[in-house]
Design a protein around this ligand. Structure first.
Ligand code: PRP
Ligand code: MG
Length: 212
């Protein structure tokens, strides 16, 4: 019998709501302690707990059939996978920010300057669209610290509540994209798996409709 493997964040902001959504769809996941793989007891579904950044590639390769990831990651990773549904949670923006006392009049501010980010591809495209030449400094986390330690004049990172920007004395200047959690699928699904996905989507749509 065919089944589906769904990848979700191992830890991080999407993890809890992703699991909660599956539960709301009536799927019971049998989580052993510290397991990176768990099976649903009442549905042909396996859950893989993976590092966020690795997930799009696993889906492209068909190692995972489905995944719940942020749109921000999909845009950045540029993998060849399909968005099946937007899920309405984990809403955030990918934005540019500068120290709050900077006199900022537009994205040309960044001409010849350094920007720290974990989103080099998305940022490069945005700068190109705006004819700005800036140097991109890649960092994996705690990006907001960069201007304070003299690493860059500005940053490009996710903004949710805005509290990390505020705490680091930064102000948001440009919104590059808006993002929310999405259900994505591999292009390698068999027709049986696609039929199975339809039954999952039927439940999902009912849950989402109930929330509105
Ligand atoms: C994320 C993101 C921002 C912050 C945005 O970082 O990179 O820094 O959350 O959320 P806020 O607007 O509600 O403050 P995270 O806390 O996940 O840590 P990391 O960047 O070090 O991975
Ligand atoms: Mg951060």
């Amino acid at each position: 019998m065919s089944k589906l493997k769904i990848a979700v964040q191992k830890s991080g902001r999407l993890n809890e709501e992703s699991i909660g959504l599956l539960k709301n769809c009536g799927i019971h996941i049998d989580n052993g302690k510290d397991q990176l793989k768990a099976s649903a007891t009442n549905y042909p579904l396996e859950v893989l707990y993976l590092r966020n950044g690795d997930i799009p590639q696993y889906v492209e390769d068909g190692v995972a059939d489905l995944a719940i990831v942020g749109e921000n990651l999909l845009v950045e990773s540029q993998n060849d996978i399909e968005v099946v549904r937007k899920l309405g949670f984990s809403k955030c923006k990918l934005s540019l920010a500068v120290p709050k006392d900077v006199d900022y009049e537009g994205v040309q501010f960044f001409e010849g300057k350094k920007i720290a980010t974990s989103y080099p591809n998305t940022l490069t495209q945005y700068l190109k669209n705006n004819n700005v030449n800036a140097e991109i400094h890649l960092i994996k986390g705690s990006v907001e610290i960069a201007p304070n330690i003299g690493l860059a004049e500005g940053i490009c990172d996710l903004v949710s509540s805005g509290s990390t920007l505020f705490k680091n004395g930064l102000k948001e200047t440009d919104t590059i994209l808006t993002s929310e959690a999405c259900l994505v699928k591999s292009k390698k699904l068999t027709s049986e798996q696609n039929a199975l996905l339809d039954t999952l989507l039927f439940r999902l749509d009912a849950v989402q409709k109930g929330k509105k």
